[in-house]
Design a protein around this ligand. Structure first.
Ligand SMILES: C[S@@+](CC[C@H](N)C(=O)[O-])C[C@H]1O[C@@H](n2cnc3c(N)ncnc32)[C@H](O)[C@@H]1O
Length: 256
C-alpha cells in the first residue's frame, strides 16, 4: 500500500502541527506506562520524529528506535533528535523489527494507512518484550457541522480508503481481539481540544500535499480540493474553539 499523505516539506509541516496539538493526548496515554521500567522503545511509522522525541521525553532511560519508509522524514527526524534516539529505514511489516524486543512498541496514525489490522497488531505484539506494552493511537471520529471542515474530512477519509486503508481506524482497533499472551489494559477515546485555526492549519497543508492523480482515482476534482485548501488556509489563525467532536482511540496491550 502507498502512504497517502506523502513526505513533502508541506506534509512535514502538517505533522509538526499534529505533534503539537496531539501532545497532551500522547503524554496522557504514555503516563499509563511505568517509565522506570522502559529501557527500549520502538516508534513505528515515526515520520519526521515528533512522536520519537516525545517517547524519549516520557521514557528518559530508554533507547528509542524510529522506523519509517521515508528517507526524507528520517533525515529530518535524526537532525532534531536527542542522542537516545536512532532511526532505521524499514517497513513496519518486517520481522523481526529493528530494536525488537522492546519494552514499548508505539504506533500513531499508522494502522489507518495499512490493511490487515489484526495481522499488524499480531506482528507488533511479537516485538514486545516480556512485561512490555504495545501502545496504539488512531482517529476514532472527527466530526464538525461546519461545511468546509466536514468536506475536508470526507475527502481525506475517502482518499485513504481508495488507497486501501481506513482513516477512522479507532473503532476497528476496539474490535480487534486481544492477542494471545496479552491483556488489554487500556482502551478508550481521548477528546482532542483543537482551535479552528489549528484544524485549518493541519487540513490545508494536507490538502495541498495530496497527489492530484490519487485524488482523481478516489473520484475527487483536484481543482475543487485546492480551492478548499485556499478557504481553509485563511482560517489558520482563528482561536475559536468548539467546532469539533474530535476523538482519538488509545489502546494499550500489555504482555503478561
Ligand atoms: C500519518 S504519518 C504519522 C507519523 C507519526 N507517527 C506521527 O504521528 O507524527 C504515517 C507515517 O507512517 C509511515 N509509513 C506508512 N506505511 C509504512 C510502512 N509500511 N512501513 C514504515 N513506515 C510506514 C509514513 O511514511 C509516515 O511517515
Amino acid at each position: 500500500m502507498n502512504y497517502t499523505f506523502g513526505d513533502s516539506a508541506i506534509a512535514s509541516e502538517r505533522l509538526a502541527i499534529v505533534g503539537h496539538v496531539m501532545a497532551p493526548a500522547m503524554r496522557s496515554m504514555l503516563s499509563r506506562v511505568d517509565a522506570s521500567s522502559v529501557r527500549t522503545a520502538i516508534d513505528l511509522g515515526c515520520g519526521p520524529g515528533h512522536t520519537t522525541r516525545r517517547l524519549a521525553e516520557c521514557f528518559p532511560n530508554a533507547s528509542v528506535v524510529g522506523i519509517d519508509l521515508s528517507e526524507a522524514y528520517l533525515a529530518e527526524a535524526a537532525a532534531n533528535a536527542p542522542d537516545q534516539c536512532s532511526f532505521v529505514v524499514g517497513d513496519v511489516g518486517a520481522a523481526p523489527l529493528p530494536g525488537a524486543p522492546a519494552d514499548v512498541v508505539y504506533a500513531r496514525y499508522l494502522l489507518s494507512h495499512l490493511d490487515d489490522m489484526e495481522g499488524y497488531v499480531t506482528r507488533w505484539c511479537a516485538a514486545v518484550a516480556p512485561g512490555g506494552h504495545l501502545v496504539l493511537e488512531e482517529p476514532e471520529a472527527i466530526d464538525s457541522s461546519e461545511t468546509d471542515f466536514a468536506l475536508y474530512e470526507r475527502v481525506s477519509s475517502g482518499l485513504v480508503q481508495s488507497a486501501g486503508g481506513v482513516f477512522y481506524a479507532g473503532p476497528l482497533i476496539a474490535a480487534v481481539p486481544t492477542p494471545a499472551g496479552f491483556e488489554r489494559v487500556h482502551d478508550d477515546t481521548f477528546s482532542i481540544d483543537v482551535t479552528e485555526g489549528e484544524a485549518a492549519a493541519m487540513f490545508w497543508r494536507n490538502a495541498r500535499a495530496w497527489d492530484r492523480d490519487a485524488l482523481k482515482r478516489a473520484g475527487y476534482n483536484a481543482d475543487d480540493v485546492m480551492a478548499l485548501a485556499d478557504r481553509l488556509q485563511v482560517r489558520e489563525h482563528s482561536p475559536t474553539r468548539g467546532l469539533f467532536d474530535w476523538r482519538q482511540r488509545q489502546t494499550v496491550f500489555k504482555r503478561v
